[in-house]
Design a protein around this ligand. Structure first.
Ligand code: PLP
Length: 385
């Protein structure tokens, strides 16, 4: 292999490029009609009532935390196994983060430990939970909802890894991650390593119309021009900045890419499933390679294929030498220097810390060829010979 094989990669076609070019030649290039069309298509794909497109996934988390009124004095529960932004959005708003360890099987936040945490502290301490559909494994938000309802907590689901993932609920209905049935808000990212890309980009999905309206206002500086919402009205030019917001707009040419990518989302998800199946078929024969959990009723979106192996560091280096760029998802967030300064330390969460010693994300993206996958498998097995 001459070229490096990354762990994740975008897939851009000529149709994608044509779609972007046609917007660049039109009257609107930043947030306009194509952004609205992308939001509608995305809501239809996920099955939510509303979708709001923003500059990136982190902006989606920040606006969600604002719309949920996170503020100083509040504590929010999240997983230490995620990209730091899932926890950072709480800090952006002045809230405190309570990490709760993972279930070592699913790698998502352990709902039993969430319950223990809620029972341990006074009832009003916690305001919400931010679960993460890690690697594309759907969190059982039905179970989480019945728990959070007892304590009056909201759910903000970080579904960045899980567009197209779903679980079968207790009524036998398939619930897509982000469809707004059990979670108050869900967020997605369109960074190039994610399922679909807009370069940089993000989305918030919800079935709550008030929160959707508020997020739209916060996305543009807290400004509204809606005549029904204005406090005064001086004429056609008039707008009001009703609260402190941000500029988290996405551009129409990025959304043109998103619409074009979304057309292939089902097909590329199937390709990810095929790749996962092949890895699993091979690696399940080797008991020193721990493969990802799959369960009936849990439809995985395979953003990442994470194996847990002995001697991970040397395997990483060996694959690197052979032009296979693997990754580690993630360094536990509570062990980042910023969070350590806030009081978290090694030993706080034994399951995620043990997982971190062994995990490795191997190449997984829709344009990974059969030849590249076979080569990757061969090199991994060669290392352990
Ligand atoms: C990618 C990602 C984010 C942040 O998305 P950006 O678009 O990079 O800001 C947040 N959470 C998780 C789990 C992610 O994978």
């Amino acid at each position: 292999m001459n070229h490096n094989i990354p762990y994740g990669k975008q897939d851009i076609t000529q149709d994608d490029i044509d779609a972007i070019a046609s917007v660049l030649k039109s009257d609107f290039i930043t947030q306009g009609p194509v952004t609205k069309a992308f939001e509608e298509d995305f809501a239809a794909y996920i099955g939510s009532k509303y979708a709001i497109a923003v500059a990136n996934g982190t902006a989606a988390l920040h606006l969600s935390a604002l719309a949920l009124d996170v503020k100083e004095g509040q504590t929010i529960i999240t997983s230490p196994l995620t990209f730091a932004a899932s926890a950072n959005c709480i800090r952006f708003c002045g809230g405190s983060v309570q990490f709760v360890d993972i279930d070592p099987a699913t790698l998502c936040i352990d709902l039993n430990q969430v319950e223990d945490q809620l029972k341990k502290d006074r009832k009003s301490k916690y305001k919400g939970v931010i679960p993460v559909d890690l690697a594309g494994y759907p969190v059982d938000t039905e179970a989480l909802r019945s728990l959070t309802d007892q304590y009056g907590l909201w759910i903000l689901e970080d579904s960045c890894h899980a567009p197209g993932a779903c679980f079968t609920d207790s009524k036998g209905v398939n619930q897509n991650c982000g469809n707004g049935i059990y979670s108050d808000l869900s967020i997605f990212s369109f960074h190039p390593v994610k399922h679909i890309t807009t370069g940089e980009g993000g989305m918030i999905t919800t079935n709550d119309s008030d929160k959707a309206k508020r997020i739209k206002r916060l996305r543009i500086h807290g400004v509204t021009k809606d005549p029904d919402l204005l406090i005064e009205n001086h004429g056609g030019w008039y707008y009001e900045m009703q609260e402190l917001g941000y500029n988290y707009r996405i551009t129409d040419f990025q959304c043109a890419l998103g619409i074009s990518q979304l057309k292939r989302a089902g097909k590329s998800l199937n390709r990810r499933k095929e790749i996962a199946k092949k890895y699993t078929e091979v690696f399940q024969e080797y008991d020193f390679i721990k493969i990802p959990e799959t369960r009936p009723g849990m439809s995985h979106a395979w953003h990442l294929y994470i194996i847990q192996v002995p001697d991970r560091k040397n395997l990483y280096d060996y694959l690197q030498l052979n032009h296979i760029n693997t990754q580690v998802h993630y360094i536990p967030v509570h062990l980042q220097p910023y969070y350590k300064k806030l009081g978290w330390k090694k030993g706080d969460f034994p399951y995620v810390e043990k997982y971190y010693e062994h995990c490795l994300s191997i190449p997984m993206y829709s344009s990974l060829s059969e030849e590249q996958q076979s080569y990757t498998i061969r090199k991994i097995l060669e290392f352990y010979k």
